[in-house]
Design a protein around this ligand. Structure first.
Ligand code: PLP
Length: 478
């Protein structure tokens, strides 16, 4: 039976109503629904007609726009990406490692990196970030990179995510030095760091620290429309023409002029008003962190800029809130923010909630967040037994054993088995915790008893686990 359509089911109506509501966005995109400089999108939605250049062969107005980006980020060359950082990551990996070659990548990379490795049939070696005190994954250390490259001299490129979805930054300068001593390339997925380098309150961009290719999602942390991203070539080691070729493979042949126009407006805004906007933003954020120290039970993680080797540095734009002491787990806290305070958070983990901020956040937004925290903090302290024997699901990422290469395992014959019966079998598909889309299990990895147990717990908690169906079955290699 077809479902009956009513106005309630129309996306445009729902968006219109949402836009008129008082829900405040502590999530991406970074424009926070507060810009209106594009006017009626239909009026400027064109294709590659005369006078408007061609993104895949830019010679005129789009070339000028991208040169402007290179100047702002002080890099050799920048490309607009209209399919998000995803297509930039696919192109960066494809152009840096030959088909069937080997890549060294952080195990906590976004799925786009895995997809690149799959498409190019790459052999994968992993760097495992440590789990730091708050149960989040820490930085990739330069020592671990050096060790891996020495052990496996056939590695052709190194790829790490810095900052991570949680805002953890790695020591890119030291890592780049090591990588270059071995004459290979360093690719940094800086999808969450397009705002880096514009103000001393925030970390420097990998683009200025020695990385060869840097990919940034403008839409995540800058005032730019969803899907807009950048690929920067930062050194002469990179084969520019190869990157261009792969971008033409992975990127749409009909790039939206609405999106590109929005990107240019964003870049111009930063050029013109960046200092004022970032000064104000840094002040609001640091004021928020200072005020949060007053809270007794709820913990707002302080972004002290240098936490030691395991966490080289934290991006203060990401606010991590932990209410364990109030007896509230991540999911419950997230729901309370939404239902009681109309504050939409970016994500919840098992134990904490993540709020994403940007230059577009208002003082009112920060006040609403603080007031909600203050009120919840004052509520009666309860013991939540749930936490006594549960540790962060992030520990899962370092606990898997690779038994087959991704490109091989993902293509093999498969069957579904109950998660509880999967112990010792080999995963045939990805299992992801969303967000952030970092695979807990990669095809070709062994499913351990611990993994089955923790995944069951995550599902019970209401976390979004993709790759386990409604009947608690998982796909395994035949
Ligand atoms: C670390 C990381 N890299 C890459 C991506 C992909 O970025 P995009 O959505 O712009 O394609 C994401 C998306 O969430 C991400 O979190």
């Amino acid at each position: 039976m077809w479902k009956k359509y009513t106005e309630e089911t129309y996306l445009d109506k729902r968006l219109e109503n949402y836009a008129a509501s008082n829900y405040y966005p502590f999530h991406m995109p970074g424009h926070k629904r507060r810009l209106d400089f594009l006017g009626n999108p239909y009026e400027i939605d064109i294709t590659e007609i005369d006078g408007f250049d061609n993104l895949h062969e830019p010679k005129d107005i789009l070339k000028l726009a991208m040169d402007r980006v290179s100047r702002l980020y002080r890099v050799n060359k920048s490309f607009y990406l209209i399919n998000g950082s995803t297509c930039g990551i696919l192109a960066a990996v494809s152009s840096s490692v030959k088909r069937g070659g080997k890549i060294l990548m952080a195990r906590n990379c976004h799925k786009a990196v895995y997809h690149a490795a799959y498409l190019r049939e790459l052999k994968i070696s992993y760097l495992y970030p440590p789990v730091i005190s708050e149960g989040i994954l820490g930085s990739i250390t330069p020592e671990s990179v050096e060790r891996a490259i020495k052990e496996e001299p056939d590695i052709e490129a190194v790829l790490i995510s810095s900052p991570t979805y949680d805002g953890v930054v790695s020591d890119i300068k030291s890592i780049a030095k090591i990588v270059h001593q071995h004459r290979i390339l360093l690719i940094v997925d800086e999808a969450h760091g397009a705002h880096f380098g514009f103000h001393p309150y925030f970390p420097k961009s990998s683009a200025s620290l020695g990385a060869d290719i840097v990919i940034q999602s403008m839409h995540k942390t800058l005032p730019s429309l969803t899907q807009t991203a950048l690929l920067h070539i930062c050194s002469d080691r990179v084969k520019k023409e190869k990157v261009k070729r792969f971008l033409s493979v992975y990127e749409t042949s009909s790039p939206s002029y609405v999106l590109m126009s929005g990107m240019e407006r964003c870049i111009r805004l930063i050029e013109r008003e960046g200092k004022v906007l970032f000064d104000r933003y840094a002040e609001r954020l640091s004021d928020f962190y200072v005020r949060s120290q007053e809270l007794k039970n709820i913990k707002v993680c302080m972004p002290s800029q240098k936490d030691g080797r395991e966490c080289f540095c934290l991006d203060p734009s990401k606010i991590r809130i932990d209410a364990k002491k109030c007896g509230i787990n991540g999911r419950q806290l997230y729901d309370r923010f939404l239902e009681q305070y109309h504050l939409q958070m970016e994500m919840c983990s098992d134990s904490y909630v993540l709020a994403m901020t940007s230059v577009m956040d208002s003082q009112e937004g920060f006040d609403r967040l603080f007031d909600a925290l203050y009120e919840m903090d004052g509520q009666e302290e309860r013991e939540n037994l749930f936490f006594s024997d549960f540790y962060s699901v992030r520990y899962l990422y370092g606990k898997t054993k690779k038994c087959a290469e991704l490109f091989d395992a993902w293509e093999r014959e498969r069957r579904s088995v109950k998660l509880s019966d999967a112990c010792g079998l080999i995963a045939a598909d990805f299992v992801n915790l969303y967000p952030p889309g970092i695979p807990v299990l990669v095809p070709g990895e062994e499913i351990s008893a611990e993994i089955t147990e923790k995944l069951t717990e995550c599902i019970r908690m209401g976390l979004n686990v993709v790759g386990i169906d409604g009947k608690m079955r998982i796909k395994v290699v035949n």
